[in-house]
Design a binder for this molecule. Structure first.
Ligand SMILES: O=c1ccn([C@@H]2O[C@H](COP(=O)(O)O)[C@@H](O)[C@H]2O)c(=O)[nH]1
Length: 295
């Protein structure tokens, strides 16, 4: 037997590198909260949530290249919610956007396998470019989605130090066993992601990312940004800007060595501008980021 196990694919890290360089660091979150649908004059229904998503994709044209639909806001409408998500993903793909499905899935490995097939397998009705994963049943439960990502040029973002204030009670706990003994739970997870990138990817950016909230004190949470910043660098999905209080202009101060691979998420911060103000709100965030990166 000879030859590669699968055809060479462009990795998510490579695609992300291209997007960051050409379309910037902004990721627009599609979070159709009830009050936002009302403010936008849309029905509080799957149709309203679809309409908001399509308007966001339209407003991103020529401005931003990464979109993060928050699946919870579609799931609450049941089957029709999933149907409109499929439509939304198709529209995002047609617009050339990288789609991060914010699903935060985690389970025993054999079940997580099925979840990851739903969001990452080519040809799946809900195929995205990347998905968010919850590692709190053990990092090794993530093996299948990580392998799937590598095989099909997909990405994953693993919750490490999340933006919500309640996170510290669990994520600062110290590990007493294993190779990351003595590290915080959050730090151990981030470190495993860095190891995975080093062992499985080459080039400037890996395909295994971490979620690090922009509101977080990384030293307190035990996150070693320099470890994540070694090539192949870990992509960082960073919620916490805008509505949750962090300022986009502080990206370098907050993320240091990984600022260059940080995806800056803004959901309510831009959606609250309403349908008519959305494009300007996105533009304003892009301008702040361009200034921060000296572009
Ligand atoms: O640690 C985390 C992980 C994910 N999120 C998600 O990001 C957006 C943030 O929305 P804003 O309106 O910009 O606050 C939302 O979908 C969260 O579920 C997070 O906030 N923190």
């Amino acid at each position: 037997m000879s030859g590669p196990a699968h055809d060479a694919v462009t990795s998510f890290g490579e695609r992300l590198e291209h997007t960051l360089a050409n379309r910037g660091h902004l990721c627009v979150g599609i979070d159709p909260h009830e009050y936002l649908l009302e403010r936008w004059g849309l029905p509080v229904s799957a149709v309203g949530a679809l309409e908001m998503g399509l308007r966001v994709i339209e407003a991103m044209e020529g401005r931003a290249g990464i979109v993060k639909p928050q699946i919870a806001f579609y799931e609450r409408f049941g089957a029709i919610g999933y149907k409109v998500l499929e439509e939304l993903f198709e529209a995002a793909r047609a617009a050339g956007l990288l789609v991060i499905a914010d699903v935060k899935r985690g389970d025993v490995g054999s079940t997580l396998e099925a979840y990851s097939e739903a969001w990452l397998a080519p040809g799946s009705p809900l195929e995205a470019d990347a998905m968010t994963l919850n590692p709190y049943q053990g990092f090794d439960t993530l093996r299948h989605p990580l392998q799937l990502a590598e095989q099909h040029g997909k990405g994953v973002f693993i919750l490490a130090a999340t933006s919500n204030p309640e996170s510290a009670s669990i994520q600062t706990a110290r590990r007493v066993r294993g190779s990351k003994n003595g590290r915080s739970v959050a730090g151990g997870i981030a470190s495993r992601a860095a190891d995975w990138n080093r062992d499985h990817f080459s080039g400037p950016i890996g395909s295994v990312g971490v979620v690090l909230g922009a509101t977080v004190d990384f030293e307190f949470l035990g996150i070693d940004l320099d470890e994540l910043g070694k090539e192949p660098k870990a992509p960082v999905l960073a919620p916490g800007f805008g509505h949750q209080g962090a300022a986009v202009a502080d990206i370098h101060k907050i993320f240091g060595t990984v600022a260059s691979t940080t995806i800056v998420n803004q959901s309510r911060g831009v959606l609250s501008a309403g349908q008519n103000g959305l494009a300007d709100a996105i533009e304003a965030q892009c301008a702040l980021l361009n200034e921060a990166f000296g572009k």
